[in-house]
Every structure is written in structure tokens, then in C-alpha cells.
Design a protein around this ligand. Sequence first.
Ligand SMILES: [Fe+2]
Length: 267
Amino acid sequence: MNSISITLGKNNVGAYINDVNLNSLNKNITVQIKSILDNYGVVFIKEQNLNSNAYQNFAKCIGELVEYPRLKGLENFPYINVLERKPSDKSLAFGGSWLHQDTSYLKKDRPRYTMLMGIEIPEGQGNTIFSSGFNAYNKLPDEVKQKIKNAIGVFSSAGPISKTRIELEKRAGIQSAKVLEAEHPIVQEVNGQKTLYVSPGHLMKIKNIDDGEKIKNFLIEHVNKEEFIFSYKWSKGDLVLWDNLSVMHKASEIKNCSRIMHRITIK
Ligand SMILES: [Fe+2]
């Protein structure tokens, strides 16, 4: 099997996949990409500029596509959601300000992967910020690892990050949906590697542990440490695909510019 070359992101967060052209897909390439994704949590594939058909076809090689009802889909591609920021928008960026793992407030069948392609990218701003759950877990003191072994997080759609979603719903004239809540272990495993699943934008409390509140604050501060963070700078046509079990992300602040991303949610 030919091996794709990769370059790790800053602080070993995620991996750039070099020299692939997703317009000509084959099983060998998609199997390798999936395995790089399993090992590094997020993959960055530069300047692909796929049309919607090719973009969706690649997503189907990763898993089952999921409709995301709170965002508008493209006319012939309902699984491709448009995230648009206009120069006049003053609100917080959708998904901004708090690191999170998408839809952690859903139970068992929550979608696992999120993919974005940059359609219109402003100069000098609009990075997406990632924090590695693998690296953050590995650097925990042993006594904390021991302590959180069986801890359960309670995640809510009304967590701190919901502010950015409510803005978006208001604009689209959508009534805010009822609050969703789910519980998940805060230590998860992907392909034999342990990762921290604490989604600070949604985490309400930690159960099954003494000092839940103290540990919660400690872990949130921990995953926000500079040493686990990579701020990804977009170019037009870039494709970024992440596993919500093993990386957290947030949008950076963005002002007075237009930006369009196409998003696909994958189970
Ligand atoms: Fe998000």
C-alpha cells in the first residue's frame, strides 16, 4: 500500500496530509486518511477546492452523513451546511469562545466527525483553534488519571457555548429547541489511545467522583493550555476533518469580513 506523507500540526495537534487529490479517490487513500484521523484526531488537507459532489463523496467514505437541522443546507446537497459570516455580523462567531466537542449533549448515537471546507476565506483572521484530547490526557498527573478513570460528564446544549447557536437561530427565525442533555465518560479511547472528553462549551458537571467541581475547573483549564493548542490558518479550498472524540475546537473571533465554510456532519 502506498503511504501518504504527513506533517504534524503545531504542538503535535493533528496532521497535515500532503500530496493527495481528493478529486480522484480510491479505497487505499481513504483507508489511510481514516487511520491518520484515528491516530491524530484532526487532519488538514490543503487547497482541495472540491465541488459539492466530490466533497460529499469523500465524506461518505468516512462514515454516514447526518443532517444538521439548525443550519441551512445547499439546495441539491442537504448534507452540506453553509456557515456564512457577513461583514456586518457583530455577534460571536458560531462555535466561538469555548472549546467544545460537537453535539456532546446527544446520547449514544451522536455524530462523531465534523468536516469543513473553506469556500471564502478572509485574509489574516478566522483561524480554527484545536486542542488535542490525546495530548491533554497524556500530560495529566497520574493521580488525576486515576481519579477520573470512571468519571462521567454531564453535557448540555444549554452550556456556555449555546450563546453562539442562539444568535444563529434568531437570525434564521428558528425557535430555540428544547435543552438536550447527555452523559458520557470523560476518558474515552480511540484506537487504543486515551483521550479527554470534556467539551468545555457543554460540560455542566462531573459525576462519579469526589471534588467534581474542582476537577471540572482543573480539566477545563488544562485543555486550554497553550501546549495542547494549534490555531489553524485557512486557505481557500482547504478541507479539515476532525474526530470529536479526540479533539476539541473553537472558532476564533472574526470581524468586518465575509467568510463561507461548507460543513458536513458524519456519524
Ligand atoms: Fe463546533
